[in-house]
Ligand binder design. Sequence first.
Ligand SMILES: [Zn+2]
Length: 386
Amino acid sequence: MISLTTDFECGHGKNIEKLGEDRFRLEVDGDKQQGYSGGYCFDLINEGPAAEVTVELREDSKWGGPTGFGVAFPTTTWIKPVGFHRFRPLRGQYPEWVEGGLTLRVPVEQGQRLRVSMTYVAPYSEISENLREFAAQRTGRCELFSVGKSVQGREILGLRAGTPGRPKVFCVAGQHPHEHAGVWGVLGIADFMSSLLPEAERLRDRLDVVAVPIVNPDGNVAGRSAFNAERLDMYLAFGETPDAEEPEAHESRLLWRWIGEERPALWLNFHCYTGWQLNSEYPFEGWYEVEDHGLFRDPGQRRLYEALCDTLRLETDAPSTHERASIHRPTTLCYQMARRYGIPHAFYELNNGTSGKHAATLRALNVFRRVVNTLLHHTDTGRGVK
Ligand SMILES: [Zn+2]
């Protein structure tokens, strides 16, 4: 007897049908028809002998037409026995989009409960536990931090490391909840900044770094692709009203208020992309900028922002997808932070399909090191700080 369920933290998929003893079909559950059109994370529970299970993944039927899932499926499907500490790739299968869906063939051992996922999942419970462990074990080097509580009452946890009074660097991920590589990346920055590495020690003397890996915990736990519990997109934070005093989503308002009060010198925002077929060359990452650098009214801040754009273009893998930056619209936090507060951003898209936990950490750490290097140069030379 084999069953399939998505009823667990970060589970994603609906309308599950059992087509035969070893065959299932389910639909992804997208928040938008394009862009955030689905994902998958399900468990196969095998109460019988070892079997190869065929799983047909279909587009979300509620849109009544083709969705972005047809181009935004990954190069890697991740599997792990539930309870085991890590995922590994499902071997020997290069996913192809055939007749409106993907078909996976998944070997499941006798008596096994196997998790199968589009991303190397970063569950809120596990990330929170990691942050608490860092804070408990690395006293004097870091402390636990919270932006506040989500709509459903979950703490939006982070780690703070550095020296009060030094330039603040605010690192976040998980605005779009299933972009898990970004979450691993920012957890990696928290790990690095509270570590004993010589470079981390030097940076703790010169900066005040706050790293919040999951800014949308309710969306993470519910396995959403774009929304928070209010069904709002935290990236397009100002919805249809870019001139509104505050962003729409509760969690975005918490971030916005913290930023307004604390005025970080730099905000790092990690997102992810999963598709690959329309991209340029491995590892298929990307970045966003504001088009109008005149949003930074202070010439020093404008120069710092342009140096950060140079950093992402020349010192990271950001150009590997589109070769040029995508553009932040006026409804985003990045745009409004630039316009209203003159705070620059580094907005980086890790590829969920070509990085798991480890690669995401290394790629995010590279971005962090390079942009912080640029920031400190401008701080030291007085070019970028008012
Ligand atoms: Zn995103």
